[in-house]
Design a protein around this ligand. Sequence first.
Ligand code: PSU
Ligand code: MN
Length: 299
Amino acid sequence: MNFRYNPETADAIERGLPLVALESTVIAHGLPFPRNLETARAIEIAVRAEGAVPATIAVIDGHPSIGLTDEELEYLAGPREVAKISIRDLPLSLSSGSAGATTVASTMFLAHRVGINVFATGGIGGVHRGDAMDISADLPVLASTPMITVCAGAKVVLDLPKTREWLETHGVCVLGWKTDEFPAFYARTSGLKVDGRVESVKEVIEIARSRDTLGMESALLVTAPVPESEEIEADLLEEVLETSLSESVEQGISGKEATPFLLSKLSELTEGKTIDCNVALLLNNARIASKIAVGLGGK
Ligand code: PSU
Ligand code: MN
């Protein structure tokens, strides 16, 4: 098993340029084709525009791949079915030589292995509603991987208060990017607090340095609300969430299918509004993460 790079990430790692890790499950399972492919490319362009180097991560032919080619992005975007590789699936997918998209958990794990410090995603996984045992592997990886992760909070289909408690219990410092509230993915507010509000990249970097000085192993979670113009209105969100969640219970959807099922149901019920919102927050988070990576000055 060898880590693979594309020419851009290989060069960036050698020269110590600022890199931003990006996950691929959002491409393969979070957004519909062809919007997913357009978005994956747009995110990479946004990262470059900020002066950082995008490293979209996936497993290709059994190799953890740090930075993909456009053909590989196309493969992950489908429309054919692609495996969703969380952290528990990594050893299996590597030994079987298969390909698949990595989640927040497995992307962070691989990024950290190759020395990337900053990661951007849409919304992290968390504690699911209902089943108290369905907790995304994203959470324990956040608790044990000293990176800076930028997201729009946890996906709103989850139990947000429990997710927030989990992060607190396991020592993950949660920052609000120009906000006092933990964002709720499609919504800017959740009624839950962050641990600290930050107004600038400089503040984020100072806090990350303090964490490193302490030798703490947890991620710094920078949560940025979706831009106001793309936020889903609270009443609509509540209504479609309820319908989606009850349909997933009726159909017995569980495990790794739960998140993709709920996200696509929400898009169907809002005529694609949640997709526009998801794309907007992904781009916003990628830009913030890039500014942080540039501020850190690479490795
Ligand atoms: N953020 C998005 N869309 C997504 C995801 C994140 O905007 O689809 C993915 C991430 O890859 C995350 C996963 O790791 O959903 C969580 O899945 P689960 O709840 O099965 O751990
Ligand atoms: Mn799960």
